[in-house]
Each structure stands twice: as structure tokens, then as C-alpha cells.
Ligand binder design. Structure first.
Ligand SMILES: NC(=O)c1ccc[n+]([C@@H]2O[C@H](COP(=O)([O-])OP(=O)(O)OC[C@H]3O[C@@H](n4cnc5c(N)ncnc54)[C@H](O)[C@@H]3O)[C@@H](O)[C@H]2O)c1
Length: 345
């Protein structure tokens, strides 16, 4: 297949690009190269004849038309987004422009391209979204694909809006779409403003490890390479118009996740143990959702997919990767906003 991946220089998009090329797909990586992007993420495949890159912004309709006509992909996997909840609190405008208007542009460009191409039955538009669109759970329960949307941050509201647009383009224009809503990812190449890399790098530097509120917020954690694997499966085997929840079957309180990372750091850097003495509770994020949990029955029963690594194994690999790849993350610490507390409203 020839796949146009938007956001392929970001964290999850680059995992999709690397895996798709390894599996023999042709990949066109379309990315605007915002603060969150890094072409080093795809360095391992960038010399492959199967890979090409287009610097373009999904808010720019003409650029999208040009890229689609030039490369003539069989499928679009849409991962380009503003993705950091804290930044969405300080500056929601960029989230509306990229996640909502950008998705609208991409849908329209894809619909026009698909129509011009004679509406091939095999064409797919795969929209990648988040479990955050479902809002916050209490102590029990899980999100299914039928759970009502209840987004509570500018980020999750913008992603919810984009999900609605994608479904509408399927129902109204027949665009062949599939959607996925995934839980929190972690793993190599994660931009150092997100929780897992922040904990690793602050522990490494002996700096306070910030934990929001009481640390009792619960997330389901999915290793990014497992997510990429699930996404390619949904692209190939998912039923049209349907959405699939993807989870890691690894629910953990933030504080427990942070302690697990500290224990890994104790093992790998024993001279600075115990790292959990660096844990510092800080003012909570406004509107911080308490608990997310994924019911993975649909993707497990219909497509036979399960995550391959436990959170303990995934975190071990991730901590080792950050310690071994300092050349990757050091330059990113100088990017705007990194290392600062954002989103206090
Ligand atoms: N990170 C998670 O835990 C998680 C979980 C579930 C779903 N998601 C979704 O997966 C997708 C990818 O997330 P991520 O964590 O890899 O994000 P990321 O911030 O690491 O990467 C986003 C990429 O999109 C690009 N981009 C941003 N605005 C663009 C624009 N206007 N035009 C073109 N490119 C643009 C950036 O340059 C960057 O390379 C997002 O849609 C996100 O909502 C993420």
C-alpha cells in the first residue's frame, strides 16, 4: 500500500512510518514540522526508497491537493495534531486551527482526490484519535466505542470535533473512513514535555519530579510500537465507518507509574538512588480528568489484536532508550516551553 501519514515526524506518527516502511509499504510523511516534530524520529527509514517527506501544513488546502495528486496514495493515516493538553489550556486557538480546521481541510482534500480517482473501493481515510474525547470516569467502568463523548479540555474538545467531522464525511459523502481512539502512549522518541520523558530526564538530572495534584489520576498506558501495530491492522482490516478503542490493558495511577520509572532509574543509575525522593506534588491541572480506561473487546474480538508488552517491560525499554539516546533528546530541551510548567490557567 502507499500510505500518506500526516504528523509522521511526531511521536506516534513516526512509529507508524518506521513500522509501515519495515513492512514494505510505501510511505509519504506529511508534516508541518512544528515544535513537537523531529525528523530524527524517522532517520532509520529516511534513506529507504519506500519513504518520502513533504513539509506541508494541514491548514493549507492547496498544499494538500498538491501532495495527494503528486503521490496518489491508497490510504491516508491522519495523526497530525496539536497534542499537549497543557498547551491547549494556554493557547487553545492552535488546537482549533490544526485539529478541527486542519482535519476539515484534509477530509475535503481527501474527498476531492478520492472522487477524482473514481472512488476506488479500497481507499481508506484513517483518523487517529484519543480516549480523552470520552471524558472522565469514576472508580469503575471503561470506555467502549458506544460511550458518549464528553470532552473536558480544549485538546480533547478539538479532537472530539475532528472525530465528528470524520464520521459526518463518511455518512454524508461516503468517504471510506475508519477511526481509532487510543489511550496514553509512551516509548522511544516521546517529546520531552510529556509525563514519562519528564520523569526520566528529571530523575537523571536530580531535579524535582512534578506530579500533578495527588497523583491519583488513572490512565491506561500503551507502548507506542504496539499502537503503531494496531493502527496498521485497523487500516487494513477495520470495518468502514467503524471506530476501534485501543488500550494497553495497563491501568495505573500516575504516582505508581512515576514510582515504577524511579525504580528503573535506581536499577540503571544506582549511584543516585533512590530517585523517588525527587517526587514533588504540584498544583493540579485545571479540569484534570480523573480516570480513563479502555474496554478493548472490539479490537480484540473482531481483529484479534492485543498489546505485546506489559507496562513494566515497556517502561524498562523506554528508560533504557532515553539513557542510550541522549543525542536525540538534548537538543529538544531548548525548544520553546520545554521544561516549563504550562497550562495552569
Ligand atoms: N500521545 C498520546 O498519548 C496519544 C494518545 C492517543 C491519541 N493520540 C493522537 O495521536 C496523534 C499523534 O500524537 P503524537 O503524540 O504523536 O503527537 P506529537 O505532538 O508528537 O506529533 C504531532 C505531529 O503533527 C505535526 N503537526 C502539528 N500541526 C500540524 C499541521 N498543522 N500540519 C501538519 N503537521 C502538523 C507536528 O509537527 C508533529 O510532528 C494525535 O492526533 C493525537 O491526538 C495521541
Amino acid at each position: 500500500m502507499k500510505i500518506l501519514v500526516t504528523g509522521g515526524a511526531g511521536f506516534i506518527g513516526s512509529a507508524v512510518v518506521r513500522l509501515a516502511v519495515r513492512r514494505g509499504h510505501e510511505v509519504v510523511n506529511l508534516d508541518a514540522l512544528t515544535y513537537a516534530a523531529n525528523l530524527e524520529n524517522v532517520a532509520s527509514v529516511s534513506n529507504s526508497p519506500l519513504y518520502s517527506f513533504e513539509q506541508a501544513d494541514i491548514r493549507d488546502r492547496e498544499a494538500l491537493d498538491r501532495v495527494l495528486d503528486t503521490h496518489k496514495p491508497d490510504a491516508v493515516m491522519h495523526l497530525a495534531a496539536e497534542s499537549h493538553v497543557d498547551r491547549s489550556i494556554d493557547g487553545p486557538g492552535a488546537f482549533i486551527e490544526t485539529n478541527v480546521t486542519g482535519t476539515y481541510n484534509l477530509l475535503e482534500a481527501a474527498r476531492a482526490y478520492w472522487t477524482r480517482s473514481g472512488k476506488p473501493a479500497g481507499f481508506r481515510f484513517h483518523h487517529i484519535s484519543t480516549d480523552e474525547v470520552f471524558g472522565s470516569l469514576g472508580e469503575t467502568g471503561q470506555f467502549t466505542e458506544e460511550t458518549s463523548y464528553d470532552p473536558r479540555s480544549p485538546y480533547s474538545a478539538s479532537k472530539a470535533a475532528s472525530d465528528h467531522l470524520v464520521r459526518a464525511w463518511h455518512e454524508t459523502y461516503g468517504l471510506p473512513v475508519v477511526l481509532t481512539n487510543c489511550s496514553n502512549n509512551y516509548g522511544p522518541f516521546h517529546f520531552p514535555e510529556k509525563l514519562v520523558p519528564v520523569v526520566i530526564l528529571n530523575a537523571l538530572h536530580g531535579r524535582p519530579i512534578p506530579v500533578y495534584g495527588d497523583g491519583g489520576n488513572v490512565r491506561d498506558w500503551l507502548y507506542v510500537e504496539d499502537h503503531a501495530d494496531a493502527l496498521l491492522l485497523v487500516l487494513e482490516k477495520g470495518e468502514l465507518g467503524r471506530s476501534y478503542n485501543i488500550g494497553g490493558e495497563n491501568e495505573a495511577k500516575n504516582i505508581d507509574l512515576v514510582r515504577t520509572i524511579c525504580a528503573e532509574m535506581d536499577r540503571l543509575c544506582p549511584e543516585n538512588a533512590p530517585h523517588d525522593q525527587l517526587i514533588t506534588f504540584v498544583t493540579d491541572r485545571p479540569g484534570h480528568d480523573r480516570r480513563y480506561a479502555i474496554d478493548p473487546d472490539r479490537i480484540r474480538n473482531e481483529l484479534g489484536w492485543r498489546p505485546s508488552v506489559t507496562v513494566e517491560e515497556g517502561l524498562r525499554r523506554t528508560v533504557e532508550w532515553y539513557l542510550e539516546n541522549q543525542d536525540w533528546w538534548r537538543p529538544l530541551l531548548a525548544r520553546e516551553g520545554v521544561g516549563q510548567r504550562l497550562g495552569k490557567a
